[in-house]
Design a protein around this ligand. Structure first.
Ligand code: GLC
Length: 751
């Protein structure tokens, strides 16, 4: 009853003030009719320095719940006052979980409304806060929200439309709980299979990752939810290749590699219109990104024209002093970050220390008020653009209906599109309707928590004792199996082998445990010995075996390699069981293609297809993947019939226009990913054997032939010319280029 009463109260309060009336006679900044610039300038000049400093501070909601440490629970009025009034913090986040006492959408909305109301009612100038959350695969902190496939699976769809739709669905759920800032998408690249955040990225390839990140930004920023939601391009920049594969270990990369490979995906996402950018916790070439003027000002602002808000990652300003040791104290650390171009610190613990720290930096002459005004203006402009002054609240009573199970069909479609069929000997798949007995083996077959992965309810995944609603692979198979087909769940490895003897097929589901960030680092990214042994024993029965992999990265298969069929399911989320079953029984024709490279063996990380040529010898030292970037099978067959270029010769600033003719030469309709790669007979600086320069997806009915149009803008071909120092501006090299689709190629000369 207590919870219902709370909800009713919150709902009533919200109903009364769901929108703050635009006052005609109030101060200019309160008038919705005035321009954002006018409102910012008017509000800025009314603010004290302390209030400006507070706007640049983001505090974790745990610091205003319960004991104001880590207990969580009901909001604590004294701590709300300290954070939102005494220190005038401009933003609050639920980092890696941090929900209300009862984890329902309605309770989330009531909590966020209450934080917001406290700020609006009690701050001297009634400035609403930005409330941030990590909704990186659906509104994943909220129990009952639809959990979408993690980004690595969406990467396997090569489908910007699906990624955009997933972003929009997520934003609608986020908005329904009163939250206006989503720390997504990740635009980092998957380059090193050992890295714990590999699954949070879309792909190893800059163009695929950037195109999908841009699609996600468009989905989030353009969603028609209860509130507008700001997207976040993270973690800018160069985060994804720590020198030893462990998260947040410094990266050392050349300027050429940084500019040509690691930064383009952030650029695509930023230029898609993201309102915010979150900074990489790591260091690049000896400088923490959080204090890099090159990244935060020269590249992001001056080269890319970004006008939005940059926010640090968790406690990374303080880390300049405590971890990186480039600042002697907190004020110095703050000054380094702010002067590099940082607008907001995800502090996220100590509001007073931030207020005093930045004030001390100003008093010491380390930071100017002018620089502070620049950041505060960006933060206030974002709040005005999001409509927070007019619509700071949502109707909490509508949250449950808006969030619970929302867009489950979309999540199922996305998860099905993400499935990558890598082996299918003797057309083992799809499982025939005549099958009488199917054995389901492997500990990941009925494990919804590991199927969802990290960043689900809790930072490291679903906490013990929490029951995540969703459909496991086993449940999906049971539901999809034809009438009269027996589905046997083998509880032990021995039982699996025994039951396989008279089964039509055994589906063995293998994988890795849910985790996030450094906890998910894997120096030996391979299938565990026990799982390899199980698959090996099942292969020895001589009966058909289908391996399904539930993991955030390709795992070295070892003895598990070579089963009749292999399906990579990634971390498919709460609809994943249905999606896997849809593919196994042929309801969906698999269309996924690897967005990353699958290593044959350990020890070759980082492994990616754009490996540069060297004078090395022997296959393993070159790009020698078990399954290459772009690999994937279908239940039909396709032909890449022709590729033509609009012009045989173009200028260095021209877009190359291409037409590719493809056909479905099989007996089933299907969706085909059409990638175009470029290769160079010779180049001024080293170039990989092939580089993705354009792609699309096309639906082809059985027997159908289509010609698709693709364009390669000059920015995609540009490289950093010059010597080892890599100090020159990117440019398109003149010379011969070969564009390839399938086995067909066309030559174009750039003059
Ligand atoms: C984490 C992550 C970042 C996330 C933030 C808030 O450490 O690096 O992706 O947005 O903290 O949870």
């Amino acid at each position: 009853m207590r919870r219902l009463a709370t909800l009713a109260t919150a709902a009533a309060c919200v109903a009364a003030v769901a929108t703050v009336p635009a006052r005609a006679d109030g101060p200019l900044y309160t008038r919705a009719g005035a321009s954002v610039e006018q409102r910012v300038n008017d509000l800025l000049k009314r603010m004290t320095l302390a209030e400006k400093i507070g706007q640049m501070d983001q505090i974790a909601v745990a610091r205003v719940q319960g004991d104001c440490e880590w207990s969580g629970g009901a909001l604590n009025q004294a701590c709300l006052k300290n954070v939102l009034v005494d220190n005038a913090a401009g933003s609050v986040l639920s980092g890696g979980g941090m929900g209300p006492a009862a984890n329902t959408p309605g309770d989330w909305a009531a909590m966020v409304n209450a934080v917001q109301k406290y700020a609006v009612d009690n701050s001297r100038l009634h400035i609403p806060v930005l409330y941030g959350v990590d909704a990186v695969h659906g509104h994943n902190n909220v129990l009952g929200a639809t959990v979408f496939p993690h980004q690595i699976g969406l990467g396997a769809t090569w489908d910007p439309a699906t990624v955009k739709a997933a972003g929009a669905s997520t934003a609608r759920s986020v908005a329904a709980t009163g939250i206006d800032w989503n720390f997504a998408p990740v635009a980092d690249l998957a380059r090193d299979q050992r890295w714990g955040r590999y699954y949070e990225t879309y792909a190893e390839d800059p163009l695929l990752a950037g195109t999908l990140a841009a699609a996600s930004v468009n989905g989030i920023e353009g969603a028609d939810g209860a509130k507008r939601v700001a997207a976040t391009v993270k973690h800018f920049g160069g985060y994804s290749e720590p020198s030893n594969g462990h998260d947040r270990v410094p990266a050392d990369v050349s300027l050429r590699y940084l500019q040509d490979t690691l930064l383009p995906s952030y650029k695509q996402a930023v230029q898609a219109g993201a309102d915010t950018v979150m900074v990489n916790s790591g260091a690049v070439n000896g400088v923490p990104a959080t204090s890099s003027k090159y990244l935060l000002t020269k590249v992001l602002r001056e080269q890319w024209g970004f006008k939005g808000v940059t926010v640090s990652d968790w406690e990374d300003v303080r880390a300049l002093q405590t971890r990186y040791r480039i600042a002697a104290d907190y004020p110095e650390a703050i000054a380094l970050a702010v002067n590099a171009g940082l607008d907001m610190a995800m502090e996220p613990y100590y509001a007073t220390a931030w207020s005093e720290g930045l004030k001390a930096a100003v008093d010491r002459g380390l930071v100017t008020v002018k620089r502070i005004d620049q950041s505060v203006s960006r933060i206030l402009a974002l709040k005005f653009r999001l409509g927070l002054f007019e619509h700071p609240y949502v109707d909490a009573s509508k949250a449950d209906a808006a969030v619970l199970g929302a867009d489950a069909a979309l999540a199922r479609k996305a998860a099905a599109e993400s499935q990558v069929l890598l082996r299918n000997e003797g057309n083992t798949l799809p499982i025939a309707a005549s099958a009488k007995k199917i054995v389901v083996a492997g500990s990941y077959a009925d494990d919804i928590n590991d199927q969802a992965g990290g960043w689900t309810i809790g930072w490291q995944g679903v906490p013990d004792g929490v029951a995540l609603p969703g459909t496991t692979v086993l449940a999906g198979i049971r539901e999809a199996a034809p009438a009269g087909t027996e589905v046997v769940r083998a509880k032990t490895d021995d039982e699996a082998v025994a039951q396989a003897a008279d089964a039509d097929v055994t589906v063995v589901v293998v994988g890795e445990k849910a985790a996030a960030e450094g906890s998910a680092d894997s120096p030996r990214p391979e299938l565990s010995a026990g799982q390899q042994a199980l698959v090996k024993a099942l292969k020895a029965t001589g009966k058909p075996v289908v391996t399904v992999v539930i993991a955030g990265r390709p795992l070295v298969l070892g003895d598990a390699a070579g089963t009749d069929a292999l399906l990579m399911s990634w971390l498919p989320g709460t609809e994943g069981g249905h999606a896997v079953a849809d593919v196994l029984f042929g309801k969906v024709n698999p269309s996924g293609r690897l967005p990353v490279s699958w290593p044959k063996d350990l020890g070759n990380e980082p492994l990616y297809y754009q490996q540069l040529p060297g004078t090395n010898g022997g296959p393993e030292s070159s790009y020698d993947a078990l399954y290459a970037f772009g690999a994937g099978l279908s239940y039909t067959t396709y032909g890449f019939d022709a590729i033509t270029a609009d012009k045989a010769t173009v200028g260095t600033g021209s877009t190359v226009g291409l037409r590719v003719t493809v056909s479905n030469t099989g007996t089933r309709d299907g969706d085909l990913v059409v990638p175009v790669y470029v290769s160079r007979p010779t180049s001024d600086v080293l170039a990989p054997d092939r580089k993705l320069v354009a792609f699309t997806r096309v639906a082809l009915k059985a027997g159908e032939t289509r010609t698709v149009r693709l364009r390669v803008p000059p920015g995609v071909l540009a490289v950093t010319p010059g010597d080892i120092d890599g100090s020159a501006k990117q440019a398109v090299e003149r010379g011969a280029y070969t564009f390839t689709a399938g086995q067909k190629s066309v030559a174009v000369t750039v003059r």
